[in-house]
Design a protein around this ligand. Structure first.
Ligand code: AQP
Length: 332
């Protein structure tokens, strides 16, 4: 089976709809066909300041949401990044192979550090894509299911795999991004020119899966569309409506032309009312299932411990090989 690896940050508490449609949903599907490794990336989370208690609680919460979304610990390996120390260890080697200018070109760093104020951004935020390189290469992943915003980091991973292999001998698999065109970028409901994001979206533009379902319905109903009334998929002329159609189509399985036909002549109100209902039907059981996992932290921690053990077996082997190739003296 080909292998996939991906991760999600525990920082926001609730996952948002962009995280789910852009990434997590694909993770659930891929566990059926791939040898799948998924992790809650707490090392990445501390690139921005975190309250320790909240970070710990949010890490469990992220794992609970992944299980609620449909990850099955018997079909995939689910773990917490800091439980596998090899991530930080390989990251150091990768840091030393990356050019400063190369790292400076990462657009996510530019965006996030600009938002923070350049002086306050940490060195960790700067090298975060390189930790991500290590995350992926440790598992020799063939594919990495992510949203469009991560494409540049997968490119960097490919470059560094090639560089390491060229310099030290064939060691790492060169991974490919797994990005579904339709859901690669879910947009903010109030400003469909930007991606839905926990840090850049306003509360009304961001659908948190753990919000009260009533709140979610309200946000869908007040989504920005345009002054026209025609329901047509057209990302350039009608970004707001197109975003709603994408969400509707992915959550229900109805294809977009079918939806255009269904709502022909009906106006935006009808589309939004129905989509609000679809969303409520989706988030209500999701929220309940998440709570069930949170109510039983022992089971949750046991799942994560078993996942870490499985992940470590793979990661330790890759790291040992990389360390040997680099020329580190083996410890006796
Ligand atoms: N709007 C989106 N559309 C499609 N995919 C998205 N992803 C995030 N936003 C969208 C994908 O979700 C996965 C997890 O991302 P993350 O751990 O980077 O989550 P995050 O940082 O919490 O996501 P945000 O909201 O994008 O955070 P900020 O605002 O900090 O940048 C990834 O695969 C990502 O592509």
């Amino acid at each position: 089976r080909p292998r996939v690896l991906s991760g999600i940050q525990p920082t926001a508490g609730s996952f948002h709809l962009g995280n789910y449609l852009g990434a997590v949903r694909q993770w659930v599907d891929l566990q059926e066909t791939h040898d799948a490794f998924y992790m809650v990336v707490d090392l990445h989370a501390i690139t921005l300041p975190q309250d320790p208690k909240e970070l710990r609680a949010n890490t469990r919460l992220a794992a609970a949401q992944l299980l609620a979304a449909g990850l099955d610990p018997d079909r995939c390996t689910l773990f917490v990044q800091s439980h596998v120390p090899e991530h930080a260890q390989l990251a150091w080697v990768m840091n030393c192979l990356t050019g400063f200018g190369e790292a400076s070109r990462m657009t996510q760093f530019k965006d996030k550090s600009a938002r923070q104020g350049a002086d306050r951004a940490s060195v960790g935020l700067f090298t975060y894509p390189i930790l991500q390189v290590a995350d992926i290469l440790l598992y020799q992943a063939n594919e990495v299911p992510v949203g469009e915003d991560q494409r540049q980091h997968i490119e960097l991973t490919r470059d560094l795999a090639e560089r390491f292999n060229g310099r030290f001998g064939e060691t790492f698999t060169k991974p490919k991004p797994y990005i579904l065109k339709e859901t690669a970028k879910i947009y903010d409901l109030q400003d469909p020119s930007i991606k839905m994001s926990k840090s850049a979206s306003t509360p009304k533009g961001l659908i948190n899966l753990l919000d009260e379902p009533r709140t979610t319905a309200k946000k869908v109903k007040s989504a920005v569309t345009d002054t026209d009334t025609v329901i047509r998929y057209d990302v350039v002329e009608k970004p707001g409506v197109s975003n709603l159609l994408t969400i509707y189509s992915t959550l229900t399985g109805a294809d977009i032309p079918e939806l255009e036909e269904k709502y022909a002549g009906k106006g935006y109100g009808a589309l939004k009312t129905d989509l609000a209902e679809v969303m409520v039907d989706f988030v209500t059981p999701f929220k309940e299932r998440t709570q069930q996992y949170l109510d039983d932290p022992e089971t949750l921690d046991a799942i994560l411990a078993k996942g870490a053990e499985k992940a470590r077996a793979v990661a330790a082997e890759t790291l040992a090989q990389a360390y040997e190739r680099v020329g580190f003296l083996p410890a006796k």
